[in-house]
Design a protein around this ligand. Structure first.
Ligand SMILES: Nc1nc2c(c(=O)[nH]1)N[C@H]1C(S)=C(S)[C@@H](COP(=O)(O)OP(=O)(O)OC[C@H]3O[C@@H](n4cnc5c(=O)[nH]c(N)nc54)[C@H](O)[C@@H]3O)O[C@H]1N2
Ligand SMILES: Nc1nc2c(c(=O)[nH]1)N[C@H]1C(S)=C(S)[C@@H](COP(=O)(O)OP(=O)(O)OC[C@H]3O[C@@H](n4cnc5c(=O)[nH]c(N)nc54)[C@H](O)[C@@H]3O)O[C@H]1N2
Ligand SMILES: [Mo]
Length: 762
């Protein structure tokens, strides 16, 4: 008997009773990192599989690590080119645990929804297509044939193609991404939101508008000759651990490394490279030469202060010829900085004038500076402004098109940059659409589609009825979880192509499908033999990725195969030749996407190839005037009433976005719990609270209040007035209508909150 289901959209909001808080670690890496990586790998994969898999990560003939987008070294790859968190990401996918049809027979959707995200993540790989009928309590098995027939039928029945939305998460290969956007555009819409909308969209928009490219302007080899590296709003020790090795090389050469972050992240303090004797027995290499504990969203104020000092006191160091020849907007920019009162800079950044002067002196003396940043800058209302201030700073010193210098937005998902290159974008350029239409003889839709936030709003009002996701965990990754849950529930259909179970399988439209696919690590056997795919890393290197493990189940399909069947069921086209041999997809990519000419030959070179980059290689700025543009940004002012705080949402050391590996945030010293709010000890006292107390968090936006229950207060070194919580537990607090100007990225790093003493005693 089926009955109407009422699944819960959140992990249970219960207090962590075993929470243990110790001192933050003083160095990252070392033997502990190896031990943790190996123990989780062996637990998930067993010994033999662990040995096989870890030998192949990031090797030229192996598969691309699904962990992050940090590039692999060109000449000196070690035999173990992975890190603790890369190993966890691999183990998560190559686990030997399986979810079969009887799992869904045993557990109703509602029951599953009462489990934590950690529990859901740990149930193993999805093994066969599953269908959730209208009002059914359980998923039941369905054949691939019937699944595609249902999808094709539903899509064809929509009154307009714009009533469907096609999301992508950044793990999708170039081949799958290209085929997917082709299918979606032939179907007739540009509704292609992706995880980038919540990630580096602000970086892309900021750079496009000022230097005429959305991609970073450095190569990995530039880190060998930089004399100053700024790491701002990024926690590489956890999220890009292989970057620590790059920073270690730089530090040993005497390169200045400046960390700008409200938290003194362990990964930027010291690093012990586990493959060196000193990495095991020593104290490790100090990394950041300076730490600047900026307030949350104090970056515009701080960067303006630094530039004001350089213009006033170090004018001889600015790149006068470059500025004259290659830029515009300088006078207005200089006048604005001259007029900016120090009082606003110090109040806005939380950093003293003296400290700002010291940092400015280091930056002014740099001949080759790289600025790296990630989510600490991109998820604020003024995120585009944050990044344009970094561009201003780099322009001031002429740090473009010069060895050892440039802008480095450090990407998240391992192929998020490649997916954009392939056309996963709701706002495609006219040139791109022209090339695509010419190659495939059709008229692509010109009207721009929905970004992630717009898609949720459209679902919520019933303007979108069909939701399809190529990977990811839309419900938990997006802001305002309750709102998004209601939006998804209004859809007729929600379809997820996935490797692992997550909450987006449980909060569904009237009918839902789970389509299980092959992962990176697995052998992809098609009609003409084993296939490989290609990906693009954070620095524009495109290379192959070839899995070697037996697939988790004989029923899995590859992502390109799923898309081809989708196209066949919906458009009646026959794309079987693309699936039989991915070279045919790559031939089309080569004809449509600039820089990818001759892809099939180039991607077969060991290590792949580097895409051309006009700013990096030739100092050409593709703006309307061919000049880079200085921009002016007011210091942002957040309305924070008495008793309120600015909250940032961050990743622990034991998660991959919404996939929770475990409960240990080792570097920060927080164990056995995730429902925590990190606060300054003085703020705790002022609120009449004590460390360990239970609180509810209430966010405030436009008169609306949102609540998350049962967090515990943790005393932490964080600037006054600022607090931090983990993503995705806190997403319920992020308002759907609060997003960055110019990029629509949710403001997950500046949420105004207050605390209320929890109903439950600790
Ligand atoms: N192991 C692991 N690796 C990952 C991921 C993962 O979840 N786990 N996720 C991947 C993805 S998709 C991405 S996008 C990246 C994310 O990589 P990061 O951007 O490093 O991830 P976050 O934890 O969001 O960290 C943001 C950092 O910014 C700081 N910060 C917060 N607010 C501010 C601010 O207002 N100003 C400044 N200056 N700093 C601030 C935080 O203290 C934190 O150190 O990592 C990728 N790699
Ligand atoms: N509050 C807050 N919210 C945030 C952020 C934040 O910092 N704070 N960060 C944002 C950022 S930077 C990002 S990128 C998004 C992440 O958003 P998403 O990319 O949507 O989320 P993930 O958690 O990475 O997706 C995990 C799921 O992907 C599926 N998966 C894994 N590998 C594969 C594969 O090879 N193929 C397929 N088809 N599926 C696969 C698995 O089923 C897994 O459950 O979250 C955003 N949300
Ligand atoms: Mo991301």
């Amino acid at each position: 008997m089926s009955r109407k289901r009422k699944p819960k959209f959140l992990s249970p909001e219960v207090l962590d009773t075993h929470l243990r808080v110790g001192e933050p670690a003083q160095s990252a890496g070392g033997l502990t990192a190896v031990k943790v990586a190996l123990s989780m790998s062996v637990e998930q994969m067993g010994l033999a599989r662990t040995a096989k898999v870890l030998r192949e990560v990031n090797q030229k003939q192996g598969f691309d690590c699904p962990g992050c987008a940090w590039p692999d070294p060109e000449d000196h790859r070690s035999i173990a080119e992975f890190c603790e968190n890369g190993a966890k990401a691999v183990a998560e996918e190559a686990t030997q645990k399986r979810i079969t049809a009887d799992f869904f027979a045993r557990h109703s959707v509602e029951e599953l929804s009462c489990q934590t995200d950690h529990w859901l993540s740990q149930q193993g790989r999805l093994t066969q297509p599953m269908y959730l009928a209208a009002d059914a309590a359980h998923y039941t098995p369905i054949s691939w044939h019937d699944a595609f027939a249902k999808i094709g039928g539903a899509l064809k029945a929509l009154p307009s193609p714009n009533e469907a939305v096609f999301y992508t998460s950044g793990r999708t290969s170039n081949e799958a991404a290209f085929l997917y956007q082709l299918f979606v555009r032939r179907f007739g819409t540009n509704n292609l939101p992706d995880c980038s909308n919540m990630c580096h969209e602000s970086s892309g928009q900021a750079m496009l508008g000022t230097i005429g490219t959305g991609k970073g302007t450095v190569s990995l080899k530039d880190f060998d000759s930089a004399d100053c590296i700024v790491v701002i709003g990024q926690n590489p020790g956890t999220n890009h651990p292989r970057m620590l090795r790059t920073l270690q090389h730089a530090a040993r050469r005497g390169c200045q490394i400046i960390s700008i972050n409200p938290l003194a992240e362990t990964g930027l303090k010291r690093f012990q490279y586990p493959q060196e004797v000193s990495g095991i027995f020593g104290k490790g290499t100090p990394l950041a030469t300076r730490h600047v504990p900026v307030k949350i969203n104090g970056d515009v104020a701080l960067l303006k202060g630094i530039q004001k000092v350089i213009l006033q006191d170090h004018a001889a160091t600015i790149a006068k010829d470059f500025i004259q020849r290659n830029t515009e907007g300088f006078d207005q920019y200089r006048n604005d900085l001259a007029a900016e009162p120090w009082e606003n800079i110090v109040r806005g950044s939380g950093i003293s004038e003296a400290q700002i002067r010291e940092v400015a002196a280091v930056i002014a003396s740099s001949k080759a500076m790289i600025c790296c940043w990630a989510m600490g800058l991109t998820q604020h209302r003024n995120a585009v402004g944050n990044i344009q201030e970094i561009i201003n700073l780099l322009l001031l010193g002429g740090h473009f098109g010069r060895a050892g210098a440039g802008a480095c937005p450090v990407r998240g998902h391992s192929n998020v940059q490649g997916d954009r290159s392939m056309g996963i974008w709701e706002r495609p350029t006219a040139e791109f659409l022209r090339a695509l239409g010419k190659q495939f003889h059709f008229d692509p839709p010109q009207k721009h589609g929905y970004s992630t936030v717009e898609a949720i709003q459209a679902m919520r009002v019933g303007a979108v009825k069909f939701f399809f996701a190529l990977g990811g965990n839309f419900l938990s990754a997006t802001p305002d979880t309750a709102f998004t849950a209601a939006a998804l529930a209004r859809c007729d259909w929600t379809v997820q192509v996935s490797t692992k179970l997550n909450r987006s399988h449980l909060i569904t439209g009237t009918q839902a499908l789970i389509l299980p696919c092959l992962g990176r690590t697995e052998l992809d056997m098609q009609a003409t033999g084993a296939q490989f795919v290609c990906v693009e890393n954070s620095m524009g290197v495109v290379h192959s990725s070839r899995g070697n493990l037996q697939p988790a189940s004989q029923h899995l399909m590859s992502e390109p195969a799923i898309i081809a069947r989708l196209a066949s069921a919906t458009l009646g086209v026959d794309w079987s030749s693309f699936v039989g041999n991915y070279d045919f997809i790559r031939d089309h990519i080569a004809n449509v996407i600039p820089g990818f000419q001759n892809l099939n030959a180039k991607v077969r070179q060991p290590g792949g190839f580097e895409l051309p980059h006009e700013v990096r290689d030739n100092r050409n700025f593709a703006t309307p005037t061919k000049k880079a543009i200085f921009t002016v940004h007011p210091i942002p002012h957040l309305e924070v009433a008495r008793g309120q705080f600015v909250m940032t949402t961050i990743r622990s050391h034991d998660q991959y976005n919404t996939t929770i590996y475990g409960m240990q945030d080792r570097y920060r010293g927080i164990h056995n719990g995730r429902r925590v709010v990190l606060m300054n000890a003085q703020d705790i006292a002022e609120q009449n609270l004590s460390a360990g107390d239970a609180v509810d968090i209430v966010s405030h936006f436009g008169g609306a209040r949102r609540r998350a229950q049962n967090f515990r207060v943790v005393a932490y070194e964080i600037p006054r007035g600022c607090v931090a919580t983990y993503f995705p537990e806190a997403n319920v607090l992020v308002p759907i209508d609060s997003f960055a100007e110019g990029s629509l990225t949710p403001t997950s790093k500046s949420v105004i909150i207050s605390l209320e003493r929890g109903a439950v005693a600790p």
